[in-house]
Design a protein around this ligand. Structure first.
Ligand code: PLP
Length: 491
């Protein structure tokens, strides 16, 4: 056997692996007792890892490296798997995903081509179909796993523009024909701007459609904008309906938006990165279920399907469109296969070439939970979020703001200022107070939440995509917000 510094002999692998698994199991057992976020600074963390040191010329023992890494990680991380993590839309990860990742890194299949990843590619196809089924989309959709919601949405944008444009975007470029306009509500996630920018459309092509009182897209305003653009010589090409906005979980009226899109030959894309899995629960709204009519949907398995980062999924109703948008055939690849039973070569379905096996951790997590498991976890998350909203509404120092899907927003309002809510000077003070309150709560390590800005009001925002959160955790967040708000106000 060649004496190679990268090799780890079976016995050494076994010993280092068992030790690591034991450390991880201990960590998971104690997670609820740890601070949600560490109280530290970039400089302190750099010192801890000796950030300025060069890579040593001699290597080190694998077991010792992993022990050190585990210690560093467990003491200096923000834990989105903690039951009191309510920030952003970052979910807790099912532990089976970690084990699946180890398996997938071991075999290290290259999921760019079927020949390099026979079972892994078929598992990805299966997982894509399961996701489509779960959210009530057509199981015949084409799809691919990508790194997350941003990429899943951008792959749909590139596919939609290439399908809808009257010119050959792939050879002439996006600017090589008519001027294409794209639409989303003012609450759309920033992927849209970023996507318009990096795919060469330019952000001037982006139309920001006003929202209604429920923070969902105003369809009449969308229609006016489309007509105005047509009159001005633009070609309306792509509309995003968001199924669960990142700030407040609002759901755009997808059915009405879809009707407009059909009338004008516009591609309807649904950004369901966060909210799409909630379409399966018993009391899902009609607006959310209407995601089934979209030309494409983005869903994040690393959000409400509880797979570890990174996993996003693009679904396209007509699989050919995805292939038409991304396929090239370089001379150095001969992955043709049997015409009767053609292999799926994912390098032709998206922007990536070599691809790791992202599917396995999603596949394993989905199998462990099953459809019923997801229905229950998602319903419970939504129920907890509603309960949290009621707690805020009943508290005389808190003002409950929005509640949709599993996102609740509220703010601290001192009793003395209650009567003044709405007055410009009081609002200004409350915005400042709540922004300081957010920083204080994040630094405290007891709970972790983020913020939203709703009609100019700075709100505390709690999102529950966390299968570990209980009612006691929701109560702890409300109590901490009131207690720390009072401490800041009376200081
Ligand atoms: C999270 C989110 C995104 C971005 O997804 P990433 O996985 O963070 O890249 C896009 N849109 C919506 C609605 C989201 O919730």
């Amino acid at each position: 056997m060649r004496n190679s510094s990268a090799e780890l002999a079976p016995d050494a692998f076994r010993a280092a692996g068992h030790q690591l698994v034991d450390r991880i199991a201990d960590f998971l057992a104690t997670l609820p007792t740890l601070p949600v976020a560490p109280s530290t600074t970039p400089q302190a963390v750099r010192e801890l890892i000796g950030a300025e040191a060069s890579l040593p010329s001699t290597g080190a023992d694998a077991g010792a490296i992993l022990a050190e890494a585990a210690e560093l990680y467990f003491k200096n991380s923000t834990f989105n798997g903690h039951p009191r993590f309510f920030g952003y839309i970052t979910s807790s990860a099912a532990p089976i995903g970690a084990l699946a990742d180890m398996l997938s890194s071991t075999v290290n299949a290259n999921c760019g081509a079927w020949a390099l990843s026979p079972v892994a590619t078929e598992m990805e196809r299966q997982v894509v179909r399961w996701i489509a089924e779960l959210i009530g989309y057509t199981p015949d959709a084409g799809g691919i796993l990508v790194s997350g919601g941003n990429m899943a949405n951008m792959v749909a944008l590139m596919t939609g523009l290439r399908s809808v444009a009257g010119h050959d975007v792939r050879s002439l470029g996006i600017a090589g024909g008519e001027k294409l306009a794209v639409y989303a509500s003012s609450e759309v996630h920033t992927w849209f701007q970023k996507g318009a920018d990096i795919c060469g459309l330019g952000t001037d092509a982006v139309r920001s459609v006003p929202i209604d009182d429920a923070l969902a897209m105003d369809v009449a305003a969308l229609e006016r904008q489309i007509r105005e653009d047509i009159d001005d010589g633009w070609t309306p090409a792509f509309v995003v309906g968001t199924a669960g906005t990142v700030s407040t979980g609002a759901i755009d009226p997808l059915r009405e938006i879809g009707a407009l899109c059909r009338e004008h030959g516009i591609w309807l894309h649904v950004d369901g990165a966060y909210g799409a899995p909630a379409a399966m629960v018993a009391d899902a709204s009609e607006a959310l279920r209407a995601l089934s009519i979209a030309d494409s949907v983005a869903v994040d398995p690393h959000k409400w399907l509880y797979a570890p980062l990174e996993a996003g999924c693009t679904l396209v109703r007509d699989p050919e469109k995805l292939l038409n948008a991304f396929s090239f055939h370089p001379v150095y690849y001969r992955f043709g296969g049997d015409a009767e039973d053609p292999p799926t070569n994912y390098y032709e379905w998206g922007p990536q070439n070599s691809r790791g096996n992202r599917a396995l951790k999603v596949w394993a997590t989905m199998r462990q939970c099953g459809r019923d498991g997801y229905m229950r976890m998602i319903s419970e998350d939504i129920e907890l979020s509603r309960a949290m909203h009621r707690l805020a509404a009943d508290h005389d120092e808190l003002e409950a703001l929005t509640q949709s899907l599993s996102i609740t927003t509220f703010r601290y309002v001192p009793r003395e200022l209650r009567a003044g809510v709405g007055a410009p000077d009081v609002e200004k003070y409350l915005n400042d107070l709540n922004s300081r309150l957010l920083e204080r709560l994040q630094a405290g390590g007891e709970v972790y939440l983020s913020n939203a800005v709703i009609g100019g009001r700075f709100a505390l925002r709690a999102c529950i995509v966390n299968f570990r959160t209980t009612m006691a955790d929701a109560e702890a967040l409300i109590a901490a917000a009131a207690r720390e708000g009072r401490a800041l106000y009376t200081r």
